[in-house]
Design a protein around this ligand. Structure first.
Ligand SMILES: NC(=O)c1ccc[n+]([C@@H]2O[C@H](COP(=O)([O-])OP(=O)(O)OC[C@H]3O[C@@H](n4cnc5c(N)ncnc54)[C@H](OP(=O)(O)O)[C@@H]3O)[C@@H](O)[C@H]2O)c1
Length: 327
């Protein structure tokens, strides 16, 4: 089968597309024939050796896919050959076939296409966990979302609105904000000039935001510590800016605010029942037409370099997918 391979760390141009042996399902596993795979920011870090979890070399990147179960290993329950699924294999997604454990498989409704299936799990489960369990976001609270046009950012805007918050979507360009306006945030902020704090204060009558969703870190995080409301919660999602910032204890004291860590992988491991409940609630929201994943760029598998470079060049607006087989 065809698969993208990372054999040495570096930019996307160092990846290769190879013919390799097809995988065989072990106990509790299935082989999924991949129709579509999506990329997330961490995939770009992983191929450069910069992510907190690095698979052994050589590896095929790609943590989530949509496809059809081709074969099943011993002791796999609840799934059959031919089932249409969304799958989170962790790695191996940029290939014609991938091994997926039972816990990483979910059947999808006929109404969901494979690109959507590949684009759903990571971003929605991260933002829902962040806003529901970690921030305990309340109706009427102000939610500021940084990197709002990116994968997780968009879902935070969408879910924040559904949860009844006043959402301020923030991004680095007017073009990105125009894109986010499809989700009807209450306000938008362009922080492309590096200014965030004063703009947030102006929009919140000097109070600051109650909840801040931050996948960016760096200088913007520093400003967030100064434009957060009394009892505010600053959600640490990631550090796409490249700098892990430091939280100033005096600002927490003065504002009665908290920095709240969000780590989806650990949540899934430590609280599997809650994770599963969240996932089912999200799928129900999708079925009810409340969630509309925005997939803007789709590349054929052969154009994997261009797909990765959407992330490395900070151009993401919505989800980026690779089409591996047509429906
Ligand atoms: N904590 C968790 O459990 C969890 C789960 C999933 C993802 N994450 C993390 O969340 C972050 C976002 O992931 P994603 O897949 O949503 O990424 P994405 O689609 O690339 O979006 C990231 C956003 O970050 C902003 N950004 C600021 N500086 C950047 C830079 N130097 N390069 C690239 N983007 C930059 C961009 O918006 P502007 O240009 O508008 O600033 C971009 O839209 C990553 O750090 C990822 O590891 C964490």
């Amino acid at each position: 089968m065809k698969a993208v391979l990372c054999s040495s760390y570096g930019p996307p141009e160092r990846l290769t597309l190879e013919e390799i042996a097809a995988p065989i399902a072990g106990e509790g596993e299935a082989i999924v024939e991949v129709y579509a795979a999506s990329l997330n920011f961490p995939d770009g870090l992983q191929i450069q050796g910069k992510y907190q979890f690095q698979p052994p070399m050589p590896f095929t990147p790609g943590s989530e896919v949509g496809g059809v179960i081709k074969s099943i290993g011993p002791a796999l329950k609840g799934f059959n050959v031919g089932d249409r699924v969304m799958a989170t294999p962790g790695i191996g997604g940029l290939a014609e076939e991938v091994i997926v454990k039972e816990t990483g498989l979910r059947k999808i409704p006929d109404s969901m296409d494979f690109r959507t299936a590949a684009s759903f799990a990571m971003v929605y489960t991260t933002s829902y966990y962040a806003l529901k369990q970690r921030a305990k976001l309340q109706t009427g609270e102000t939610l500021l979302v940084l990197g709002a046009s990116g994968g997780v950012g968009l879902t935070a805007v969408e879910l924040g609105k559904l949860m009844g918050a006043k959402v301020i979507a923030a991004a680095s360009s007017d073009e990105k904000l125009e894109f986010v306006k499809q989700l009807e945030p209450n306000e938008v902020i362009n922080y492309g000039d590096g200014e965030l704090k004063e703009k947030v204060k102006t929009l919140t009558n000097d109070q600051g935001a109650d909840v801040i969703y931050d996948p960016v870190g760096g200088d913007l995080f520093d400003q967030c510590c100064r434009c957060i409301n009394w009892n505010g919660r600053l959600l640490v999602i990631g550090f796409t800016s490249g700098r892990i910032p430091e939280y100033k204890a005096n600002l927490a004291l003065l504002k009665g605010s908290s920095m709240v860590g969000v780590f989806l992988g650990r949540f899934r491991k430590e609280e599997p029942t809650e994770y599963e409940k969240n996932f089912q609630e999200l799928l129900e929201m999708y079925d009810q037409g409340k969630l509309k994943p925005l997939i803007t760029e789709s590349f054929p598998l052969e154009e994997y370099v261009a797909a990765f470079n959407v992330f490395t060049e900070r151009k993401v607006m919505g989800k980026v997918t690779l089409e591996i087989k047509s429906e």
